[in-house]
Design a protein around this ligand. Structure first.
Ligand SMILES: [Zn+2]
Length: 429
């Protein structure tokens, strides 16, 4: 591939962001690319598809990157190599991939449904939100917290990265829904009730025991009501189909599936079938396409590899508690395990098969991107966010117009946020 002029500019900007150019070019160099008059000249030199990609507000609705923010030595401003530390999102690669931002996830794994456990996990979730705020506060020229639907366009226009926050697994709320307001105040604008297992709010798509609430629990219905009241989007990813139907029925505004796939392409409980997708369309909702390989097609599982990773984690403990030195040792061992057991992986064509299937079925007003970066997403040919322009290329090839592509990359989720805000405001009138 020959490098064209924009490419060069982009990479020198990346080098600047990585600290390699010190401050000689001044803090506005990234803004120059995105928002100054020079951008007009620059976009003329880009390929038409790349230029279209740059003109869109490009957001991913499931960035698990906040889990990396608490890792020893992790710096969002530096370029990372996924082959070395598995990370998929940082500022230099956001610039390279034209990713303007999205929803940064406050994730906590499911634990026991008991008061003590709720208290501990509540603190973990609050601290995760604070880690997101700290990232933004440390780099105010490059990131900004977004809370309103109109913030995305404004922040993108200023050449900064958009930082909405979401909760994946409402488990940390315990049984006290007033806590949702605390998270709202911290900036959270999306909440998914469950993760891998059923909890106090309802049924998960992947609980080995199957559903035990027939969808949302009574508390789950209260969660929907409170989220609507505050203007927080409801996220049905990870929820059992019955839970998603309950959410679509109970919510006063359209719901989102922040990172899901198509079950009619690959039958997996983390994907949704065509009937559910049609109901999602009917209710005005949006599905954001997930790039987690094991949900895209049948992959060879490797129990020996899994066992080796489990053993390593058991021996070394939680990564976020390690010293930087121990963390490097951990990564070294992890890479050795990968070399011993190469993974079977899905590729970019598998990803786009799900994407195009859903687009054909429910149209560009109801589809977007939530590729599960830093949370298991990534396929051969799109291993980190730097590869995002490839999606725009494929959408153009599939016949989608710029107007559609803009909705897919950001317009749809912004519309949903606006509807949630309007409903919340209407209650106050
Ligand atoms: Zn997830």
């Amino acid at each position: 591939m020959t490098a064209h002029p924009f490419r060069t500019t982009l990479l020198s900007c990346v080098a600047f962001l990585a600290g390699a150019c010190a401050t000689a070019t001044g803090p506005s160099s990234e803004e120059d690319i995105v928002s100054s008059e020079e951008v007009v000249v620059e976009t003329e030199e880009m390929s038409p598809s790349r230029a279209m990609h740059e003109r869109a507000i490009v957001m991913d609705t499931h960035l698990d990157t906040p889990a990396n923010l608490v890792l020893p030595g992790f710096d969002i401003m530096e370029r990372h190599d996924p082959a070395l530390d598995y990370s998929q999102v940082d500022l230099p690669r956001m610039v390279e991939g034209g990713l303007d931002g999205g929803f940064w996830v406050i994730y906590t794994p499911q634990g026991p449904l008991a008061t003590e456990a709720y208290e501990a996990v509540r603190d973990t979730a609050i601290l995760r939100s604070l880690a997101i705020h700290k990232m933004v506060a440390a780099n105010p020229d490059y990131f900004e917290i977004a809370t309103k639907s109109t913030d995305a366009a404004r922040i993108e226009g200023e050449g900064k990265r958009i930082v909405y926050q979401s909760i994946e697994n409402a488990y940390p709320l315990g049984e006290d829904l007033s806590l949702l307001k605390t998270f709202y105040r911290l900036g959270v604008r999306m909440v998914g009730p469950v993760h891998f297992a059923n909890n106090q709010f309802g049924d998960s798509a992947t609980d080995p025991e199957g559903p035990d609430n027939d969808g949302l629990s009574a508390l789950g219905f209260e969660l929907v009501k409170e989220a609507n009241r505050l203007g927080i989007l409801l996220d049905g990813s990870h929820a059992h189909d019955l839970t998603v139907y309950d959410m679509m029925e109970a919510s006063k505004t359209p719901i989102i599936l922040s990172h899901s796939g198509a079950r009619n392409v690959f039958d997996h409980p983390r994907n949704v079938d065509d009937a559910l997708l049609l109901k999602l369309k009917e209710t005005g909702g949006v599905i954001q396409m997930n790039a987690l390989g094991a949900y895209l097609k049948v992959l060879q599982t490797q129990p020996a590899k899994r066992a080796a990773i489990m053993k390593l984690r058991k021996e070394m403990g939680d990564v976020d508690q390690m010293t930087e030195e121990d963390y490097q040792t951990y990564l070294e061992t992890r890479r050795a395990i990968d070399a011993e057991f190469p993974s079977d992986m899905a590729d970019f064509d598998d990803y786009m098969e799900h994407f195009i299937h859903v687009l054909d079925l429910i149209g560009p007003d109801h589809v977007g991107v939530g590729a599960d970066w830093d949370g298991g997403g990534g396929v051969v040919g799109m291993q980190d966010i730097a590869a995002f322009p490839l999606i725009t290329e494929r959408l153009i090839d599939a016949g989608y117009a710029e107007e559609d592509i803009k909705k897919i990359w950001g317009g749809n989720v912004i519309r949903l946020l606006g509807e949630a805000e309007e409903y919340a405001a209407s209650l106050k009138e």
